[in-house]
Design a protein around this ligand. Structure first.
Ligand code: ZN
Length: 188
């Protein structure tokens, strides 16, 4: 099983740190890379083939950086998982998993990850919100990947309780993502 992990945004090249929480000096790109790296370690323990790539070049628009969708398609990956954080108004909370519109397999993968993630985080903070699964046809990493692909929004970096979970409970988050992937792939 070839699993492609894509921590969102990129601190390199043309800086695109993603969403930020300046009060807490948090950047989405750093949280996504840290969580993604933990998922990579866990999946390798499950004997999966795993690649991780963080880049602002989603599908050829920034030739100076590695192309994410090309790398996933040419490997080829069996599943694609992008890791992000949300930001809105400082009050919104919760996790959601995005999937390409109409992708039945992608929806199953998203559902497995979302339910594991929500259970793990609500065990830490029962007020954490399940924002569910959302179908999107406009996101490049979902649209231009050939395999079931999901984009996880782990939580809101600009909300203090979510920010605490995103920084202090990355091991639980990574384990939940691993468990969701394992269920999809029938890895015992
Ligand atoms: Zn993002």
């Amino acid at each position: 099983m070839n699993i492609f992990l894509n921590p969102g945004h990129s601190p390199n090249g043309d800086p695109d740190p993603g969403a930020c929480n300046s009060a807490l000096s948090l950047r989405e790109c750093d949280i996504a890379l840290s969580v993604g790296s933990k998922v990579l370690e866990l999946l390798r323990q499950d004997s999966c083939n795993v690649k991780l790539l963080q880049s602002d070049n989603l599908c050829g628009e920034t030739p100076s950086q590695p192309d994410i969708t090309y790398a996933a398609n040419s490997w080829p990956a069996d599943i694609f998982v992008s890791v992000h954080c949300n930001s809105f108004n400082g009050e919104a909370r919760g996790a959601e998993t995005l999937v390409y519109s109409g992708s039945a397999k992608g929806y199953v993968l998203a559902d497995n990850i979302q339910k594991n993630l929500i259970a793990a985080i609500q065990a830490i903070d029962s007020a954490f919100t399940d924002r569910g699964i959302k179908e999107r046809s406009d996101l490049a990493v979902l649209r231009y990947t050939d395999m079931p692909a999901v984009l996880i929004e782990l939580g809101f970096i600009d909300q203090k309780d979510d920010a605490y979970i995103l920084t202090d409970h990355q091991d639980e988050i990574a384990a939940a993502i691993r468990n969701g992937i394992d269920e999809y792939c029938n890895i015992p």
